[in-house]
Design a protein around this ligand. Structure first.
Ligand SMILES: *[C@@H]1O[C@H](CO)[C@@H](O)[C@H](O)[C@H]1NC(C)=O
Ligand SMILES: *[C@@H]1O[C@H](CO)[C@@H](O)[C@H](O)[C@H]1NC(C)=O
Ligand SMILES: *[C@@H]1O[C@H](CO)[C@@H](O)[C@H](O)[C@H]1NC(C)=O
Ligand SMILES: *[C@@H]1O[C@H](CO)[C@@H](O)[C@H](O)[C@H]1NC(C)=O
Ligand SMILES: *[C@@H]1O[C@H](CO)[C@@H](O)[C@H](O)[C@H]1NC(C)=O
Ligand SMILES: *[C@@H]1O[C@H](CO)[C@@H](O)[C@H](O)[C@H]1NC(C)=O
Ligand SMILES: *[C@@H]1O[C@H](CO)[C@@H](O)[C@H](O)[C@H]1NC(C)=O
Ligand SMILES: *[C@@H]1O[C@H](CO)[C@@H](O)[C@H](O)[C@H]1NC(C)=O
Ligand SMILES: [Cu+2]
Length: 642
């Protein structure tokens, strides 16, 4: 196996420059799961290598992102507590809300009458009656996020990342997405949002809707039953790698106090080549079990300085104050470690779950799709400090460039200090162990009877016209691929139960039951770990380990970490549990964009007779518009579609 623990230099061989001369693998519903080798010269995508764009001009390109943040605290004179950062005393076993108190810098655990950090939002949540609306428009344009030069980008409201969506716990979000690209469909997924009784707003084309055709719009409406930090991204093949991403803040209580909310701080790998092409190269490389190309750089809040252009994200901090920073990994392929020099983080939220504060975190590892909300105190000598974002080589991640941003104390001149370029630690890709703020045990009584194993395989689905096998990822022996114009929800609505095998439908018929899943890597698989993400639920991470899961493994049922994305270790297993408490069709997949493109997913069809369907007239019109566009669309589906 050629898949070594590689860093930049070994990987250069696979960089995008080499790909143009080689044939490429294609698959997808149009090819009935079969692979064809496509000559580079004749391909649609390759003939379009040069990127264009006459019409639209991007404002965002390498424009400065200077964030001068002032205290948003309700009480501006609040003193910074020098003692503990823990907001309220340990309410460890409480699922009962604290009595009402007012949320402020020293009382972040409070929210509103009957609701606080101690509320289990699966059980209850406020309903404010307020609707917060946004319009997101996706365009095909150019961007130049780090000064390396203009490239083709697909952007939301002409920004990279797209606008921050912000609402409060219990609000309804109503977001209209308009597809103004000429040559791609789209659907927008709100990562980590539970979509309680609103499966039709989950934004997964081929499962919960048809793609939005060029020129069309769709309004996604959902209640914010949770609070914290997240992001949204397109679920249309590898489109989000070209910029269709943005961040989400849902204001609510917190398990640590802070004075100033600095907002979202996404870190992402970035490729100078078109993400669809990188995806193709990745599939080519996989045939030889070679790793994907390294990313070219890492963007911090959508920007970076490539050495001779672009600019760093700049953040102003206030001396003596506690700052909340919302870290999000919006990468397509890479695990990233981040650190703010001399300012250790207290981790207080993992994904949407408030956790017992973990102080003193130097480097924090973010798997794709994961979020950590952290607090740090600006208590060092006033000046400018480096924020570092590095790919985690212990997770087999690779990038040619590193991510940097500058944090400057208010009143000081922004001036980049000498970069120590310190090497991040190697934790063999181990995820931070977090403990939910409130204890929630997982029912152990049905574990043995209900346990199912889903094997991660490299699959050989068919023999192609040229007699070669194409290697694809699979979960539970079957490589997933959906047909954009046959969403699962439509089939369920029509009471059509002949789900195609490649839909990888796993039915969970009964609400209320606990379900348990072992995701198992084959020892022969390439070594990169997989960030497994579930829609419609958080899951409980009962345990993980190397090798093959055995019933003698120690699992945590008493108070396991709870989140919506967790890492399946290299050549190991991951044990997850979730309770069926949200009827719908929910995708579970590897969040490495290339891997879900190559089929690494399943969908859970939960309590299909109790699904609260979206407006099926509107649903049908969206499908009609898509079908009509699809008759003449220039690019055909050539992967899982997800
Ligand atoms: C940054 O981008 C410019 C413009 O494309 C290029 O000339 C320069 O070599 C790049 N710098 C680095 C360090 O890659
Ligand atoms: C974007 O524009 C380029 C150049 O006009 C075109 O080749 C490409 O197909 C377009 N992509 C999308 C998604 O509209
Ligand atoms: C989307 O558009 C890009 C060009 O911008 C093209 O390379 C890609 O194949 C298209 N993807 C699909 C699935 O239509
Ligand atoms: C990142 O950029 C967004 C949009 O420009 C801004 O709202 C946010 O505050 C920035 N984050 C930080 C930590 O400066
Ligand atoms: C994001 O997570 C993915 C997978 O877990 C990982 O490959 C990628 O490196 C991470 N990126 C960052 C910026 O953490
Ligand atoms: C700065 O704050 C951190 C975290 O609260 C604390 O551990 C550290 O001792 C403080 N340093 C100084 C110089 O006060
Ligand atoms: C049932 O669904 C399958 C797969 O989407 C489709 O091919 C078939 O035509 C559907 N049957 C009916 C009666 O609609
Ligand atoms: C996994 O796939 C096998 C073979 O197709 C099937 O029998 C089994 O039911 C699947 N597992 C689950 C949990 O659906
Ligand atoms: Cu994966």
């Amino acid at each position: 196996m050629h898949f070594q623990k590689v860093v930049g230099v070994c990987l250069l061989a696979f960089a995008s420059f080499a790909w143009a001369d080689t044939p490429h693998y294609l698959w997808g519903p149009d090819r009935m799961g079969k692979m064809v080798k496509r000559a580079a010269t004749s391909s649609k995508t390759t003939s379009k290598t040069t990127i264009k764009s006459s019409t639209t001009k991007v404002a965002t390109s390498s424009s400065k992102k200077t964030t001068t943040t002032t205290a948003k605290s309700s009480s501006t004179t609040a003193k910074v507590s020098s003692s503990s950062t823990v907001a309220s005393s340990s309410s460890s076993t409480s699922l009962v809300a604290d009595s009402a108190c007012t949320n402020g810098p020293l009382t972040r655990s409070c929210w509103s009458s009957g609701f606080s950090i101690a509320t289990d939002f699966d059980q209850k949540h406020p309903t404010t009656g307020k609707t917060v609306s946004y319009n997101l428009e996706i365009t095909n344009t150019t961007c130049n996020p780090d000064g390396n030069g203009d490239q083709q980008c697909l952007l939301v409201n002409n920004q990279l990342p797209g606008p921050v969506i912000r609402a409060s716990w219990g609000d309804t979000l109503s977001i209209t997405v308009t597809n103004n690209m000429q040559d791609n469909g789209t659907s927008m997924h709100w990562h980590g949002i539970r979509q309680l009784n609103s499966c039709g707003s989950d934004g997964v084309n081929g499962i919960t809707e048809c793609p939005i055709a060029p020129g069309q719009s769709k309004t996604y409406t959902f209640l914010c039953t949770q609070f914290g930090t997240s992001w949204y991204h397109s679920h249309f093949s590898s489109q989000y790698g070209m910029g269709v991403v943005g961040t989400i803040i849902i204001d609510g209580p917190a398990s640590s106090n802070y004075d100033i909310d600095l907002g979202t701080f996404p870190v992402s790998d970035w490729y100078y080549a078109d993400a669809y092409k990188v995806n193709e190269i990745t599939l080519d490389n996989l045939q030889q079990q070679n790793p994907p190309p390294p990313s070219d750089t890492i963007l911090v809040n959508g920007t970076n300085d490539n050495g001779s252009g672009g600019s760093y994200a700049k953040v102003t901090v206030t001396a003596g104050k506690k700052h909340r920073l919302r870290l999000i990994n919006t990468s397509v392929d890479n695990f990233i470690r981040v650190k703010l020099d001399s300012h250790p983080f207290t981790v207080m939220t993992a994904d949407f779950i408030p956790v017992k504060p973990l102080p003193g975190q130097d480097w924090v590892l973010l798997a794709i799709g994961q979020r950590y909300d952290v607090v740090f105190t600006a208590n060092q000598t006033a000046g400018t400090y480096w924020f570092r974002a590095e790919v985690a080589t212990d997770c087999y991640s690779a990038s040619n460039g590193k991510g940097r941003a500058l944090f400057t104390y208010s009143g000081q001149t922004v001036s980049a200090p000498t970069d120590s370029n310190e090497t991040p630690p190697d934790t063999t890709c181990a995820e931070l162990t977090t403990t939910p703020y409130w204890t929630q045990a997982v029912d152990q009584s049905t574990f043995t009877s209900q346990l199912e194993t889903l094997n991660v395989d490299l699959d050989f689905p068919g023999v192609a016209t040229n007699d070669q096998n194409v290697v694809l990822w699979a979960l539970n022996t079957s490589t997933m691929k959906i047909a954009w114009d046959q969403p699962t929800l439509q089939m369920v609505y029509d009471k059509n139960t002949t789900y195609p095998a490649a839909y990888d439908v796993i039915e969970i018929p009964n609400e209320g039951v606990w379900t348990y899943w072992i995701i198992q890597q084959a020892s022969t698989n390439p070594p990169p770990p997989h960030p497994i993400h579930l829609h419609g639920h958080d899951f409980f991470v009962l345990g993980s380990g190397s090798g093959t899961y055995s019933s003698s493994a120690t699992l945590n049922f008493a108070n396991p970490p709870r989140r919506d994305t967790s890492t399946l270790p290299s050549a190991g297993w991951l044990a997850l549990a979730f309770q069926a408490n949200n009827p719908g069709a929910w995708l579970m997949h590897c969040h490495i964009a290339w891997h879900i493109s190559e089929g690494l997913g399943v969908q859970f069809l939960e309590a299909k007779n109790s699904i609260n369907f979206p407006d099926m007239t509107q649903f049908g019109s969206q499908c009609s518009a898509w079908k009509s566009y699809a008759k003449t669309m220039p690019y055909k589906q050539d992967d899982s579609g997800l």
